[in-house]
Design a protein around this ligand. Structure first.
Ligand SMILES: Nc1ncnc2c1ncn2[C@@H]1O[C@H](COP(=O)(O)OP(=O)(O)OP(=O)(O)O)[C@@H](O)[C@H]1O
Length: 312
């Protein structure tokens, strides 16, 4: 595994009696897009603010790029979009960025490079006030990219965007990841995170619930078969996957096995003369898993599409 860019250990923040962040330990590696996921009020922004040295932890430790949070050596190599930056409405996107670049001791070229990286090169000459929300958000990401930082920290970068703006931002994050940028991204939009992130941490009520790859958190896939006669299909599925992993559900047979057994299962059913109406491979979305692990009670549902199984 590559070197850690961010590590925290027992990171905690209290506001009076309220524990906003409770003993969080996480690791972000160089070159990965790391999703920090949680419902509203879970403690995401507070954690990111502690990593950036904007808020002091009550207890616990954090290292960012080998330094204490807020250390100028770390700050110089970190780009962040935590709150919407104040752009001048009457200046163009390009000139807004150039002002920020000069303020940071960078050249106009640095501003132009950042503008191009977020895909605003063509619209750079237009006034900021004429930008759509999505473009404004992209300009915010460009401001965080000034000087080509080693670490990019983005707090809910798609907040308030319409579906097209979200798709654009998602593509931008994928592009940045393709260029090897380390990105730490907070979100409550799971569908988005599962497409973009290498690993995710799930936080709820200040506590880190899990930290893993998206695939591991989602767990293995399952298969669902609708066939006649169902008892024959059940017996065949048990013969292939084992009794423990097969059960009748939603009027069909559910097999908690990897999608790789689908061809063998289909062949065996057909060869046995079973009428195969439907064979579905079902992967749990991160959204389902997220609701399971952040809700106090297990969610309920019926049928294969809404069925939720708790992780062991
Ligand atoms: N300055 C503060 N003073 C008191 N309480 C605070 C302060 N900042 C945050 N909190 C509280 O800490 C908890 C975590 O807030 P935080 O903003 O970190 O959550 P979040 O996961 O980023 O939520 P959201 O997605 O809504 O931004 C919340 O209960 C919030 O009300």
């Amino acid at each position: 595994m590559t070197e850690p860019i961010v590590t925290t250990d027992g990171l905690t923040k209290r506001y009076g009696t309220r524990v906003a962040v409770d003993g969080v330990g996480l690791t972000v590696h160089r070159g990965e897009v790391y999703g920090f996921l949680g419902p509203n009020g879970a403690g995401k922004t507070t954690t990111l603010r502690m990593l950036l040295g904007l808020t002091r932890p009550t207890s616990g430790t954090a290292r960012v790029l080998g330094c204490r949070p807020g250390d100028p050596a770390a700050t110089a190599r970190t780009g962040a979009l935590i709150e919407a930056p104040g752009f001048y409405p009457y200046l163009s996107g390009r000139n807004n960025l150039r002002v920020m670049a000069r303020y940071q001791g960078l050249t106009d070229t640095a501003a132009d490079v950042a503008l191009t990286r977020v895909g605003l090169g063509d619209r750079g000459g237009h006034a900021f006030r004429s930008y759509s929300l999505g473009m404004k958000q992209r300009l915010g990401v460009a401001s965080a990219l000034l000087g080509d930082p080693d670490l990019l920290v983005l707090d809910e970068p798609t907040n308030g965007l319409d579906p097209a703006g979200m798709a654009d931002m998602r593509q931008l994050l994928v592009d940045l990841a393709g260029q090897g940028q380390t990105v730490l991204l907070s979100s409550h939009l799971l569908s988005e995170v599962q497409e973009v992130c290498d690993r995710v941490a799930v936080i709820s009520q200040g506590r880190l619930i899990t930290e893993s790859t998206v695939a591991d958190i989602r767990g293995s896939s399952s298969l669902w078969v609708r066939a006649e006669p169902v008892d024959v299909a059940l017996a065949i599925a048990m013969g292939i996957a084992g009794d423990d992993l097969v059960r009748l559900t939603g009027g069909g047979v559910q097999i908690d096995a990897d999608a790789g057994v689908a061809p063998e299962l289909a062949r065996a059913l057909v060869e046995a003369g079973v009428l195969l109406h439907e064979l579905r491979v079902r992967e749990r979305s991160l959204e389902e898993v997220f609701f399971e692990i952040t809700s106090p009670e297990p969610a309920t549902g019926s049928g294969p599409a809404s069925e939720r199984t708790r992780q062991p």
